[in-house]
Structure formats: C-alpha cells, structure tokens
Design a protein around this ligand. Structure first.
Ligand code: PGA
Length: 217
C-alpha cells in the first residue's frame, strides 16, 4: 500500500518562537509506519525547521508554500527552486489563495511546476475542481473546493472521493483532500478509495490537534 500523505499548510502564520513551541510539542511523537508527514511553513521558517528536524531526528518532510516561476536572477522578493531545494522536498503550487489574491493563472502555474521539477522538488498541485488544468509532470494534487477552505464546512467525503477518482483515472495522480479537515473528520476522507491523504490548514497550527489528525488519518 502507498503511504498516506498528511500535509500541514501553515499559510502566513507563526513566528520562530511559535514554531519552536509547535516543534517541541511534536518532537516526541513517532510518525506511524505508512504515513508521510509534510510540513509547509512560511519561507522564513524553513531553515529553522530543517535544523530542528535534523537535530531531533524527526520523520517530518518539509515543503514550501510557493516557488518563483523564474530561475535565480533579478526578481526581487522571489524565492527560487534552487534556494528552496536547500531545505525542502515538496512545494505547494496553485493554492486558491494565490490564484485569487495574487492573480496566478495557468501559464504562471505551469512555469512554477517546471521550476520545481527542474530542482527535484515534488509539486503538490492544488485544484479547486474538475475544471482545473494539471501541468505536465505533476504526480500529486490536492483537491480543495473554495467553499471548504477555512470555513468549518468540508466537502462531503463522497463528493471528494468522486472528484479524486476523476483525476486519478484521467491523469493517474495521487489525490489529497483539503478544506476544513480536522481530527474528527480526517478518517472520513482518508478511508475513501481514491483519496491518498489530506492537506490541512487551520487545524495544523495546533501541534496536539495535528498529532491527532496524523493518528486518525
Ligand atoms: P483549512 O485550509 O484546513 O484551514 O480549511 C486548507 C488549505 O487552505 O490548505
């Protein structure tokens, strides 16, 4: 059986002190066999996470929440794939918050995926529904309907399974579900045939709740 993915998306939350508290709460927790835990903190915390994970020998992988569509160069404010690869193995691309607030369109997302792949980063490509285009080379996607994000109202596990099945069949992808996942509902999603894991925003910010999510996934 393939690993189940449990991905934490911290968004623009946590300072270093807050991250350290979170890590201290999780450091004695053993990730169960068959589960792949990936944490995506803000760029400012990637280095700190990497050092802490190394020192404490934690089985947590790191991801970034974004990537520059360009190679290194004169792109003020951007973080390139080569820079991210020093710290992380995964990268989130195409989150609806970026599509909406930063006007990221298919063409740009395609460039970001190319930069990720060039630098041996695994893109986790986010889609909001069946209409989304998946760039070439993507192997893992996360289905996150907009109404479900941060709302406390997740999609129904049945519908999430149907959408995941659509992408699995069409593009041969691993599909995660995201949107108001917590320790109480996670298993309703991960027990579905077509769902390979979850992407967790708000509920990942509390380390104890995140541990429960991992345990119940
Ligand atoms: P949420 O966010 O778990 O807070 O709904 C999920 C996401 O946006 O990745």
């Amino acid at each position: 059986m393939n690993n189940k993915f449990i991905v934490a998306n911290f968004k623009s939350y946590k300072t270093q002190i807050e991250a350290e508290e979170w890590l201290n709460e999780i450091k004695n927790f053993q990730v169960p066999q068959g589960k792949e835990v990936i944490v995506c903190p803000p760029f400012t915390l990637l280095s700190f996470f990497k050092e802490f994970i190394g020192k404490n020998n934690l089985s947590i992988k790191l991801g970034s929440q974004d990537i520059s569509p360009f190679q290194e160069g004169a792109y003020t404010g951007e973080v390139s794939g080569r820079q991210i690869k020093e710290f992380a193995d995964y990268v989130l691309i195409g989150h609806s918050e970026r599509r909406l607030n930063f006007n990221e369109k298919d063409e740009m997302l395609d460039k970001k995926v190319k930069e990720a792949l060039k630098n041996n980063l695994v893109p986790i490509f986010l889609v909001q529904g069946q209409e989304n285009i998946i760039p070439e080379g993507v192997k893992i996607i996360a289905y996150e309907p907009i109404f479900a994000i941060g709302s406390g109202t997740p999609d129904s596990p049945e519908n999430a399974d149907t959408v995941s099945g659509f992408f699995k069949e069409k593009n041969n992808l691993e599909v995660l579900y995201g949107g108001s996942v917590n320790s109480q509902n996670v298993n309703l999603f991960t027990s579905k045939n077509n769902i390979s894991g979850v992407l967790v925003g708000g509920s990942s910010l509390d380390a104890r709740e995140f541990i429960e999510i991992i345990n119940h996934a």
